[in-house]
Design a protein around this ligand. Structure first.
Ligand code: PHE
Length: 455
């Protein structure tokens, strides 16, 4: 597709909803609660929110600028802005990181499909906490079933991508995002009504800073990047479809706000319920899948029809939230292959889907039959998660901050943020200052701290 053949999103609202669709996903509902649980609760959340503000927002705005200015895929964008320089590697590395993330993310997304079916067959009824734990273990370690769901989820993603930016991405996020929000509110109500739920609320909001060590900082930073879909260029690619009158700063603030709100709301579903039924908050990636069936059964114990319908609805919406994120990951790579290598969009998408399926199979098996094969004590699945979320995304974010803070012409940035001078921009100097100094130094310090270089 030549540049002027590229389509645009409909307007400001669609731009926000599509970006929020990318940001809101399993990162909020699955990853955020278990990372919070693993790292002590409220103190982690406090640091996480701090990182959203000082790192997430400015870097998101920078990605928006790069994308909308160039209207190109990630590698093309850097090539346009930094001719003949090494910066274009940031684009290539971003695309590769997106591919790795989708490969393991789709495994978990597949689990949500299994849970829709289990909920539909009323498998959660009349069970105890221990049964849910056992059932999840049995399923996730099965050599075949998770692979079928993985493949199905990737095909679903593939289907939307092939339909294209306008009818695929835009239309799906407009309906699905608001629906997700309403259901989450209902579920918070259910969860808070459980006996003993107050302990969970305390865990979420009463910080104990004595538990904060270097791994908490790295985890909170990784989660901030992961949850905002930041660093590897998802939002940059989406911004390449923004219209020229979209207010980039407003869009960035809205996306960060929606994403953080939904993460905290997910915490308000999971922790009160987990404490109420005695599930450990640090049970890791299984947390969501063993806590939620409990919520439905207990909150509506006298009304089986309600627990039945709500469980189906919840996993359905999870799958949908995951889908709007997998679409964005897929789009980064598809747009790249399509525009850089002149493959047809359909063919580009096929390559990406096939490659993700290949890597995803190993990621999935590494939780079951191939459990013994570990590196640094991590399974292949955990390794992919650690390498992308905790290393690559912050590293790429660091490079985006340096690129826009030091390299890119400030006049270009100002024109993008102010829409050619039509918007008032009061925070410009502060923004550049953060990009130049605060964000890179903060990211670097957290990395060095993790290596225990500060003693
Ligand atoms: N932000 C998405 C989520 O929270 C995951 C994601 C990460 C999507 C990185 C794109 C890029 O589920």
């Amino acid at each position: 597709m030549k540049k002027n053949e590229r389509v645009n999103f409909g307007g400001m609202l669609t731009a926000i909803l599509a970006s929020a669709g990318s940001a809101v996903g399993l990162g909020n509902v699955w990853r955020f609660p278990y990372e919070t649980g693993n790292h002590g609760g409220a103190a982690f959340i406090f640091i996480y929110i701090l990182f959203i503000v000082i790192l997430g927002l400015p870097i998101m705005l920078s990605e928006f600028i790069i994308g909308r200015k160039t209207h190109a895929n990630l590698a093309g964008a850097y090539r346009q802005l930094a001719k003949d320089s090494k910066w274009r590697f940031v684009g290539h590395i971003g695309v590769f990181t997106g591919f790795l993330i989708l490969s393991y993310y789709a495994v978990v997304a597949g689990w949500t499909l299994e849970y829709i079916v289990e909920a539909g067959m009323n498998q959660f009824a009349g069970k105890e906490t221990a049964d849910y734990i056992g059932a999840f273990k049995l399923f996730s370690e099965d050599p075949i079933r998770p692979l079928i769901w993985l493949a199905l989820f990737l095909f679903l993603t593939h289907f939307v991508i092939v339909k294209g930016v306008k009818s695929g991405i835009e239309r799906s996020s407009k309906v699905l995002m608001p629906l997700l929000f309403v259901l989450i509110i209902v579920l918070i109500g259910c969860s808070l009504s459980l006996p003993g739920s107050a302990e969970g609320v305390k865990f979420l909001f009463q910080p104990d800073f004595s538990v904060v060590d270097s791994s908490v900082l790295l985890a909170a930073m990784g989660q901030a990047f992961f949850s905002l879909s930041l660093g590897m260029g998802c939002l940059c690619t989406y911004a390449s479809y923004f219209r020229n009158d979209t207010n980039l700063a407003k869009a960035a603030v809205s996306v960060a706000f929606i994403d953080t709100l939904i993460a905290i709301m997910a915490g308000l579903i999971i922790f009160p319920a987990a404490f109420s039924v005695g599930i450990q908050p640090d049970s890791g990636p299984s947390l969501l899948f063993i806590t939620l069936p409990n919520v439905f059964q207990q909150a509506f114990s006298g009304m089986p029809i309600l627990s039945y319908s709500f469980s189906i609805l919840f996993y359905l919406l999870m799958a949908i939230a995951a889908l709007t994120s997998t679409i964005s990951l897929h789009e980064v790579v598809t747009a790249y292959l399509h525009e850089e290598f002149h493959l047809e969009r359909r063919v580009a998408a096929r390559w990406m889907t096939g490659a993700c399926l290949f890597v995803g199979v190993f990621a999935s098996l590494s939780l079951g039959v191939a459990k013994e094969y570990t590196l640094f004590g991590l399974s292949f699945f955990e390794l992919l998660d650690f390498f992308t979320a905790k290393l690559m995304l912050p590293l790429l974010g660091f490079l985006v901050a340096l690129f826009t803070g030091w390299y890119l012409d400030k006049a270009i940035m100002w024109r993008e943020i102010s829409n050619n001078g039509t918007l008032k921009v009061r925070f410009f100097r502060l923004y550049i200052f953060i990009l130049k100094f605060i964000a890179p130094i903060a990211i670097l310090c957290i990395f060095l701290n993790e290596l225990h270089l500060f003693g």
